[in-house]
Design a protein around this ligand. Structure first.
Ligand SMILES: [Zn+2]
Length: 390
């Protein structure tokens, strides 16, 4: 029995308690987030939409999406991307989770995740007891209709209705996938593989239409497998920088190029393996999300115990909250549509610092990575907004 301590007395675990718990870096929905960009681009093209970012009018817009090029990462290596650095207009926040399918849906709809419902890479299919991987668009034994899973109309559909024929320049393998349908529907797909081919495809598309999006995924890929800041990553950042410069050179008069990213990245230095922890598996039905933003779906009646255990095990390494707390904190936007609530974990575990929550048996590839993203830290949330006008 320990005597009651007066307030302010030394806590029981000074080493942990003295380590300040950071505050989640909340997405700036409604002011300066990726959700605010599409409407602002439409407004700059003269469509009757309110643009929060107050972008200047343009005759044509090219949006270059460099997967994984966080603003803090770019700021740490200006020498790798002198062109992008010289034309930085500001920063936006990605949204939660800071993950590719979520951000693509946000950019595609102009809505926050709580509205479009793409709240993670792996989400529970409510009522089915199955996990759906929306990056691969697979759910064991289920067929997921992209128009039903993500029903919010895309800005590209709105553009098409207004007479603009938006073009999406990306690898041929993206054409016709469930994810592409969910987040890019309304776009005409133009397949291009190498950086040179993509620049050329953009150049041609800008002659035919007033809105072009082009995607480059190799900065993210290099970051995941070699770590951000490393030689391979720097090489791919330089490729993206050169692509941007060449697209800018090809802009017709009155056109503008914006460059942004879907999220940043951290290099992991602390791994918690759920598959090696009996405690963390107890009461857990399905482990969803990704290593920096976990949706934990619990057995009936087990949510309270799981929350307690996960908080204990991840103390000082992750924010561990209930679904209701995550929603109330505004992580997914001002609210979450009722029909999407079941896609969010009963418990949401979001590591900060350099911690990742991996599952070595269930997700061997993801477990072996170096770079990760998904969380609510500035390194993952802040993305650049680069602007070049002709
Ligand atoms: Zn990634």
């Amino acid at each position: 029995m320990i005597d009651p301590q007066p307030s302010g007395a030394a806590p029981a675990e000074p080493s942990v308690a003295s380590r300040a718990v950071p505050v989640p870096y909340a997405p700036a929905y409604g002011t300066a987030s990726l959700a605010d960009l599409p409407g602002s681009l439409l407004a700059s093209l003269g469509l009757p939409v309110e643009g929060t970012l107050a972008l200047e009018p343009a005759s044509r817009v090219c949006l270059f999406l460099v997967d994984g090029l966080g603003a803090e990462l770019l700021a740490a290596h200006p020498e790798a991307a002198p062109f992008l650095t010289a034309h930085l207009r500001g920063t936006l926040t990605a949204g939660f989770p800071s993950s590719t399918p979520t951000s693509l849906a946000t950019l595609g709809t102009g809505a926050p995740p709580g509205e479009h419902g793409m709240v993670g890479i792996q989400m529970a299919v409510p009522g089915e007891g199955r996990l759906f991987n929306c990056l691969r668009w697979t759910a064991p034994g289920l067929s997921i209709d992209p128009d039903v899973w993500q029903p919010t109309p895309t800005v590209y559909e709105r553009m098409a209705a207004a007479g603009v024929e938006p073009v999406y320049v990306a690898p041929a393998s993206f054409d016709g996938t469930g994810l592409t349908r969910a987040v890019y529907r309304g776009m005409r797909h133009r397949a291009a593989e190498s950086p040179d081919e993509r620049v050329e495809a953009v150049r041609q598309a800008l002659r035919e239409t007033t809105f072009v999006t082009v995607y480059f995924g190799d900065v993210d890929r290099a970051g995941h497998f070699s770590g951000w800041g490393g030689a391979e990553w720097l090489e791919q950042v330089a490729v993206a920088d050169r692509m941007a410069e060449r697209i800018a050179e090809a802009l017709p008069p009155g056109a503008v190029l914006y460059v942004t990213a879907d999220h940043g990245m951290i290099n992991a230095a602390d791994r918690v393996d759920v598959d090696l922890s009996q405690d963390l598996r107890e009461g857990v039905l399905m482990l969803g999300g990704e290593p920096r933003a976990r949706h934990v779906y619990t057995s009936p009646g087990a949510a309270g115990a799981v929350l307690e255990t996960w908080r204990e095990v991840l103390r000082g390494r992750a924010w561990v909250v209930t679904r209701e707390e995550a929603v109330a904190a505004g992580w997914f936007g001002r609210g979450v549509r009722r029909e999407w609530l079941g896609r969010i974990g009963d418990v949401v575990a979001v590591p900060y610092g350099e911690c990742v929550i991996v599952a070595s048996a269930g997700e061997p590839v993801e477990t072996s990575m170096i770079g990760y993203h998904g969380s609510l830290t500035p390194a993952e949330q802040n993305v650049p907004l680069v602007e070049i006008r002709r």
